[in-house]
Design a protein around this ligand. Sequence first.
Ligand code: SF4
Length: 196
Amino acid sequence: MDTYVYQLKDTRYINLTNRCTNNCTFCLRNTYHGVGGYDLRLEKEPEADDIIAKLEKQGNVEKVVFCGLGEPTMRLSAMLDVAKYLKRRGSHVRLNTNGQGSAFAGRDIAPELRGVIDTVSISLNASSAKEYQKLCRSVYGEQAYSHLLNFAKSCLREGIETLLSVVDIIGENEIDACRRIAAETGANFRLRHYVE
Ligand code: SF4
């Protein structure tokens, strides 16, 4: 419980929240509650200072990812404070996101990420709004899909390295269609291995 910072291979991960605007059918929150032996359920969401205090004790790390067991952009202010600290320490900082952070904030958040988040990896998950909603059950309904694509374009405009990712269980045709959507958007495409 209350694992805010965890390490998998050569990368450190930061778990800011268990909340999410999606409720994906495949979400680990519904099954194992964590990853790599870590229980990522939070009784209390950490403040930026809590995370920075933990990182202070751990020495420098090259790669850090905001990921967690929820949607990091729902804690935008804390995420940016920690990211700024990490950039001062010379880390490469990645955000794994459902791409709905601007919809949640009610403004385009991409300009706020510029210079503090090096890479944004957005889960595309499906090749259409309808299919996405079936899988991800967003609070924004089928609009979620255009929210995430607009966020990807906005991040690209800000000069942030932007990836659209899918898990490798969705089938070859769907993977190819998603690859095309990423190319049309101008984002890089990333195929992720599904973790059960
Ligand atoms: S976007 Fe991620 S955290 Fe949110 S419900 Fe889907 S898998 Fe879970």
